[in-house]
Ligand binder design. Structure first.
Ligand SMILES: [Zn+2]
Length: 493
């Protein structure tokens, strides 16, 4: 009901305010036209937009009968081979039929191409490889040697880049690493290691595309970080590898690797230097694991009640070590206050959510937007996002729109549906201040809270968070420490 009314209003305004505007709109191709009328972005005729993809978790093992062919083939032949895959995935968590099979990944790219044929650029918030990549490879292929595993992992990473670039040949692609992106297993990336070398080799051409100037080739092989300057502007994207900040480093047994101490201090120093050298720039930080509360755990808490407080106190945890978490939060608050950091883009939770970063005086200084995942493994629908931003002055993000895929919860109904538009929260830009307003509205207004909770799982038809559990997700928006989170949860109605 809402969308057609807004579209009609848009058309009416165009008719009233002159033939010039109508003529302009008529020149646009039909896909752009339908996208804009869907999108409610009526204030700018040709908005600057980029595509955000997160947590692809591409699964080349989904059709186990194809794996031997994929091992033998060049990466450029994979598309032809993988076309034999059927199925778009399930909410299942068991190998090999989990995460994103080829038809789901391809369908996301086809939809995005229809929605935004020429985005300014594409960001990927990490987790390219499917879960349990290494053990699944070994059990299906029967190959237990290091070289076979490393070659297959490299080909998968290269294939994902190749497919995105083939769909959007004009757009630079800015990646950041997820915890699954390693030769040695989940949370087992090696600094200065062969995985970083391999990805630098296959991906530098996508980052350094057009007139983008970046440090990808020189910086990425060390810790997986880089700086990319967007042409003709003061706009800068800093790709930050936050995996070494994780409290889960070294959980899983490594494959042919010795696990060294995670170089968290070194990555934080690198970031400090990159930001000190960003005076006069508008910066976005792009990373996978965000600082703040791990809602994978805390959303399993019991219904909110005075009794549940003590349970929450034992359950809530950070994604990162508290040292890395606090130092990163302080850095973001400082450079947010200095008007250098304009946004943080993250992934990892697979949910469509946001977090706010405050300074010591509890003033909101920055925000993190977490893009929803393509993989349905966390019981969310697959989703993709298109962001609108101010390219020429502030580099502020003005809107985020999401589309979700219906074919996992409703097999056979393989279509993407417009879900949500940030302007539905009544804000015209995404800033620390406007996100704070939305946060307040989520707490005080029932329908705003339901909008957030529905989008959280990308419109799952089954309600996964009950109303009496919602407080656990609300507090995650505003709290960056376990202590603060416990207080928020326990000292509320
Ligand atoms: Zn993930």
């Amino acid at each position: 009901m809402y969308q057609p009314n807004r579209s009609l209003l848009f058309i009416l305004i165009l008719i009233i305010f002159g033939s010039f505007a109508c003529a302009f709109v008529l020149q646009k191709d039909s896909s752009e036209q339908s996208q804009r009328s869907n999108a409610h972005i009526t204030n700018t005729p040709n908005p600057n937009q980029f595509i955000s993809i997160s947590d692809i978790h591409f699964n080349p093992f989904f059709d186990t009968s194809l794996v031997k062919q994929l091992i033998a083939a060049d990466m450029l032949q994979w598309e032809g081979i993988l076309q034999a895959t059927t199925g778009f995935g399930t909410f299942n968590r068991h190998a090999p039929s989990f995460d994103s099979p080829y038809p789901l990944f391809k369908s996301a790219l086809v939809e995005l191409k229809k929605l935004k044929p020429n985005p300014d650029f594409i960001t990927i918030s990490g987790d390219f490889l499917c879960h349990d990549f290494q053990s699944t490879f070994q059990s299906i292929s029967g190959l237990k040697d290091q070289q076979s595993l490393y070659d297959f992992s490299s080909k998968t990473i290269a294939f994902i880049g190749h497919m995105i670039h083939k769909t959007f040949p004009k757009a630079p692609i800015f990646p950041t690493l997820g915890n699954n992106d390693a030769f040695c297993g989940d949370y087992n990336l090696q600094a200065n290691g062969p995985f970083l070398d391999s990805m630098t080799h296959s991906w530098s051409k996508y980052v350094n595309h057009g007139k983008v100037k970046s440090t990808f080739t020189t910086d990425f092989p060390t810790y997986g970080n880089y700086i990319a300057d967007l042409p003709g502007t003061n706009n800068r994207i800093i790709g930050l590898n936050t995996i070494f900040f994780s409290s889960s480093i070294g959980w899983h047994s490594p494959y042919f690797c010795t696990v060294a101490k995670a170089p968290a201090d070194e990555v934080l120093s690198w970031l400090g230097k990159a930001l000190r050298n960003s005076k006069g720039k508008n910066v976005w930080l792009l990373y996978h694991i965000p600082p703040g509360i791990n809602t994978f755990n805390s959303d399993q808490i019991p219904a909110h009640s005075p009794d549940s407080c003590s349970v929450v106190k034992g359950v809530a945890s950070l994604f990162m070590t508290s040292d890395a978490n606090n130092r990163l939060v302080d850095t973001i608050a400082k450079y947010g206050a200095a008007n250098i950091i304009k946004a943080n883009l993250a992934g990892h939770s697979h949910m469509n959510e946001f977090r706010i970063i405050y300074d010591d005086q509890n003033i909101p200084q920055s925000f993190i937007h977490i893009s929803p995942s393509i993989s349905p493994i966390n019981s969310n629908n697959p989703a993709v996002a298109i962001y609108t931003y101010d390219k020429n002055s502030t580099f502020q993000i003005t809107n985020t729109e999401t589309w979700y895929f219906q074919g996992v919860q409703n097999p056979g109904h393989n279509v993407w549906v417009k879900e949500f538009d940030f302007s539905q929260y009544g804000v015209s830009a995404m800033t620390a201040g406007s996100m704070q307003k939305i946060y307040e509205k989520i707490q005080s207004d029932y329908s705003t809270r339901q909008l957030y909770m529905n989008n959280y799982y990308s419109s799952r038809n089954t309600r996964l968070i009950q109303e009496n559990q919602e407080r656990a997700l609300e507090c995650a928006i505003s709290q960056m420490t376990v202590h603060g989170y416990d207080d928020c949860y326990c000292n509320s109605k």
